[in-house]
Design a protein around this ligand. Structure first.
Ligand SMILES: *[C@@H]1O[C@H](CO)[C@@H](O)[C@H](O)[C@H]1NC(C)=O
Ligand SMILES: *[C@@H]1O[C@H](CO)[C@@H](O)[C@H](O)[C@H]1NC(C)=O
Ligand SMILES: *[C@@H]1O[C@H](CO)[C@@H](O)[C@H](O)[C@H]1NC(C)=O
Ligand SMILES: *[C@@H]1O[C@H](CO)[C@@H](O)[C@H](O)[C@H]1NC(C)=O
Ligand SMILES: *[C@@H]1O[C@H](CO)[C@@H](O)[C@H](O)[C@H]1NC(C)=O
Ligand SMILES: *[C@@H]1O[C@H](CO)[C@@H](O)[C@H](O)[C@H]1NC(C)=O
Ligand SMILES: *[C@@H]1O[C@H](CO)[C@@H](O)[C@H](O)[C@H]1NC(C)=O
Length: 410
């Protein structure tokens, strides 16, 4: 793809975009796939907001924000490549605009070598009064999108790549190139922004600390509203979840408890044979729930969270919400799903079925009470044994005291 520049466009090169976009509206997550015959080589699932600075006819600067629309498609210039051509994903959107990701690999990693955006400046519906009409292509080779081979690059957080006068802000991103199978690899390379701790914020000086306000008292909101979320695969519902969620985050010495609002929450996800993932995005809060199916039993194996203020937590070793394939797990009582010492989820009115959903409906309910009942028997047996030991001990002590008393009277 040739870089097209007019004199006016070259003027953009010097323009640095300082403003960081922190306010997003209608971010859409789309799935894009590049195939060679039946072999998938690139899969991408992402939301992108593209902010473009351009010069108006009156020489003034203008900035427009274009969200990657629902209608975005994989352009047929995309390719899996070969020995000399590297894999390329071109996402076409709107009236002649595109977003391209060019991949490369070595023995251990793959990365997005070049991210480029081509904009049709003649699209006056988007670029109102643009002084430039020729298409504009900008690119960057420092994308930060890099992962180990055979893993999915995952970045739920908001990250921005600057390409001259264009800023591309990604969120809810999962990308994989050189795929070993027809779907995302189960293993993931999680971006630094999601891990959060890998780039510690600069320490504040004691002076600054002294002037910061004391932590606000934690206010517990009212119980959350129940939402129904589903994930589809080839038009069929493959994961169903009904739940009311409350998040409890301790970050920067402050505990915040807040509810997920089903009205503003967007659900997406991926269903595979043995792994089903549900992503929930409420504003700038991103949640990941990964379910695993093993020997006809499912469980929630991973919970991840990322918020726009830089908090992120993830635990891949969970065994919550255990149920049977083809059935749904139900728990009406409040449950606390502890992810780690700084993050937990309070779940109310929960019903999930991550596998074997038929006709878009929940299967037979398996109440979480069953789990508790299963625990009751060992507890009763244990308590009975403990009681027996106690009785024997008391009897022995009384007996001993009596005999002592007996000896003393003699
Ligand atoms: C692709 O898959 C279809 C159906 O699964 C099969 O009929 C076809 O032969 C496959 N093509 C190649 C090139 O493997
Ligand atoms: C660019 O936009 C104009 C106006 O909307 C349209 O006529 C033209 O076909 C577009 N160019 C491309 C390459 O799609
Ligand atoms: C592959 O490339 C990455 C940087 O893109 C580098 O960190 C890594 O060491 C390279 N690995 C090998 C085996 O060359
Ligand atoms: C990736 O997976 C493929 C197929 O499963 C395998 O041949 C290859 O060695 C793996 N590469 C790495 C770096 O793990
Ligand atoms: C999905 O459903 C839509 C309409 O509901 C239909 O047009 C489309 O062909 C279906 N796709 C598949 C893969 O079944
Ligand atoms: C939130 O988490 C903290 C620390 O784990 C705990 O002390 C507190 O009770 C929790 N609050 C709610 C409402 O769950
Ligand atoms: C949190 O509190 C501890 C002890 O009160 C203090 O040492 C630390 O600097 C605080 N951290 C932040 C980010 O405020």
């Amino acid at each position: 793809m040739a870089l097209l520049h007019s004199n006016k466009q070259l003027r953009f090169a010097g323009v640095a975009l300082i403003s960081f976009l922190s306010c997003f509206t209608s971010v859409f997550a789309g799935t894009f796939e590049v195939k060679n015959g039946n072999n998938t080589c690139i899969m991408a699932e992402l939301s992108a907001n593209i902010s473009v600075k351009y010069i108006l006819k009156d020489e003034q600067m203008n900035t427009v924000l274009v969200a990657l629309p629902d209608s975005a498609t994989v352009d047929n210039s995309s390719t899996c490549g070969n020995a000399t051509v590297s894999p390329l994903l071109v996402i076409h959107f709107g009236d002649g605009h595109s977003l391209s990701l060019n991949f490369s690999r070595n023995a251990s990693d793959y990365r997005v070598d070049t991210l480029s955006v081509t904009l049709n400046m003649s699209d006056s519906a988007v670029f109102v009064n643009s002084s430039v009409k020729a298409p504009m292509t900008v690119s960057s080779s420092s994308t930060g999108i890099q992962a180990s081979l055979n893993t999915t690059y995952r970045c739920m957080s908001v990250t921005t790549v600057t390409l001259n006068n264009v800023n591309v802000t990604f969120s809810n991103m999962r990308v994989e190139a050189y795929l070993p199978a027809a779907n995302f690899s189960k293993e993931a390379t999680v971006c630094n922004a999601d891990i959060g701790t890998s780039t510690p914020a600069p320490k504040t000086t004691p002076v600054t600390t002294a002037t910061t306000a004391p932590p606000a008292p934690t206010t517990v909101p009212t119980n959350p509203t129940t939402g129904t979320y589903n994930v589809t695969k080839s038009n069929e519902t493959c994961l169903l979840a009904k739940m009311a969620l409350q998040l409890n985050i301790t970050y920067q010495n402050k505990t915040t408890v807040f509810n997920i609002n089903p009205v503003t929450t967007v659900a997406s996800g991926v269903c595979d044979t043995n792994v089903s993932t549900l992503f929930l995005r409420d504003g700038s809060t991103n949640l990941t729930f990964m379910f695993v199916l093993n020997d006809k039993k499912f469980y929630l194996s991973e919970i991840g969270v990322a918020t726009s203020d830089g908090f992120a937590a993830d635990n891949k070793n969970l065994t919550y919400l255990r149920g049977t394939l083809g059935r749904s797990y139900v728990c009406s009582a409040e449950q606390t799903l502890t992810v780690n010492s700084v993050f937990s989820i309070n779940a109310f009115h929960l019903q999930v079925q991550p596998f074997g959903v038929s006709n878009g409906k929940f299967g037979t309910a398996e109440d979480c009470q069953l789990d508790e009942d299963n625990m009751v028997i060992p507890i009763i047996v244990g308590a009975a044994l403990a009681g027996l030991v106690l009785i024997v001990l008391i009897a022995y002590l009384i007996g001993r005291k009596r005999s002592h008393a007996g000896y003393q009277t003699i």
